[in-house]
Design a protein around this ligand. Structure first.
Ligand code: PLP
Length: 411
């Protein structure tokens, strides 16, 4: 099987989606630059601080830029937020009190969020242990099922959670403009409910973000899209002053909130990463589009299809058996700039219910805006491919992974 020829053929088919991605990158880059201009970003914002970090201008300005960029009143952008899960957990614990009810309206949330809510046997420290009740409304034909959502809202409902990205599900990402009617209807019925959005993997994939449509808070990871591949760690939350004022008490402590938090290494990579993010996200999206088209030509099912509109960077490819999935991940790993010699094995990762296999040879440890493929080891053995700092790397890795599958007689 001539894998190289198939990939070249697939690439030729991708001209129209690639053009659309160029346009999205240009508009988002302009938005980022306008925010940088407004806040007069200069070298002094890149310096590190120590101790309490009172009046840390690099940190405070970065938060103002995020709020501006995402059209919200306030933001928390911190290297001390260790992951997307940590950041979203902070939001939930900030907004929910014992006796409150949490409602997920995009089906079951991402695996690690289930551990925060308290789905599993280990209840220690979870929302469930704190006395927060939980229910969920599945998506209906890929969209928020508004009548069901409204019927599930009860007096104690305090937070409604929406997840933009597909996570480890065989479904499409939810476009921000499709969240808008639900956000409006929920607020109309109950202005006191906080609608929050898990925006992990969604930023800069389109021209708008869920926060443009009235979400009370929206959060994500800096080692995914918004960090642009440069941010070394961290998370962000943007939202209304009212929501952020509650959430910030769980960032540090009540009475302290956003006032403390130093970072000795300085903030250049967070600014530069944000500047790069629209471009980096496009490189990742182009890799996904190419993978989708190539898979399709080879008879593998993929979601989304190559010419579908995209709302996250994830490309799901159905492998149907564990051998194929493993070979694909091994090929992606072997094509990585870091740890190319390692062989990924499925393992029991913290926060996940099934064993997970992860291929990622990244400069920033675990950064999935860098090319990575991962999957929970469960039927139908779907590989979730995401990231890619450069399209050339994505293309090279795709070829290598498919070649390995062909060599093992799996295609
Ligand atoms: C990645 C992700 C998370 C969790 O982020 P981590 O940084 O891996 O903890 C939560 N929700 C979604 C949709 C994600 O993609």
């Amino acid at each position: 099987m001539d894998i190289k020829r198939i990939i070249e053929e697939a690439q030729r088919d991708c001209a129209a989606p690639f053009n659309r991605l160029d346009m999205i990158e240009e508009e988002n880059t302009a938005r980022v630059l306008e925010a940088f201009r407004e806040y007069h970003v200069a070298a002094r914002h890149f310096s590190g601080t120590s101790g309490y970090g009172y009046g840390d201008i690099g940190r405070d300005t970065l938060e103002e830029i995020y709020a501006k960029l995402f059209r919200t009143q306030a933001a928390i952008v911190r290297p001390q937020l260790t992951s997307g899960t940590h950041t979203l957990s902070m939001c939930l614990f900030g907004l929910l009190l014992p006796g409150d009810h949490l409602l997920s309206v995009t089906g079951s949330p991402y695996d690690t969020m289930q551990s925060v809510i308290g789905f599993g046997k280990n209840n220690t420290g979870t929302l469930a242990e704190m006395g927060v009740t939980y229910s969920e409304a599945p998506l209906k034909e890929g969209e928020i099922d508004l009548p069901t959502v409204l019927s599930l809202i009860r007096r104690e409902t305090r937070v409604v959670l929406m997840q933009r990205s597909r996570g480890y599900e065989w479904r499409k990402a939810v476009p921000p403009e499709k969240m808008a009617p639900a956000i409006d209807a929920i607020h109309k019925m109950r202005p006191d409910i906080f609608v929050i959005v898990d925006n992990c993997y969604g930023e800069f994939t389109t021209l708008c973000e869920p926060s443009f449509f009235g979400a009370d808070a929206m959060a994500g990871s800096l080692i995914k899209n918004v960090g642009g591949g440069l941010a070394p760690t961290g998370g962000y939350v943007v939202g209304t002053e009212k929501a952020i004022r509650r959430i910030e008490t769980r960032l540090t402590a009540p009475g302290i909130g956003r006032e403390t938090g130093s970072y000795a290494c300085g903030y250049r990579l967070f600014y530069q990463g944000l500047f790069m993010a629209p471009h980096t996200v496009k490189q990742a999206l182009k890799t996904s589009v190419l993978a989708a088209r190539t898979a399709e030509i080879m008879g593998l099912r993929s979601s989304p299809r190559f010419d579908d509109e995209r709302n996250d960077i994830i490309q799901a490819i159905r492998m149907d058996n564990p051998e194929r999935l493993k070979a694909f991940c091994e090929g992606i790993q072997a094509a990585s700039p870091v740890d190319s010699f390692a062989v990924p094995e499925a393992w029991d990762m913290p926060g996940y219910e099934d064993e997970v296999i992860m291929a990622a040879g990244t400069f920033v440890s675990g950064a999935s805006i860098e090319l990575s493929a991962d999957a929970p080891m469960r039927a139908p053995y779907v590989a979730y491919l995401q990231g890619g700092l450069t399209y050339a790397h994505g293309k090279y890795a795709l070829e290598r992974a498919l070649r390995l599958m062909a060599e093992r007689g799996l295609l």
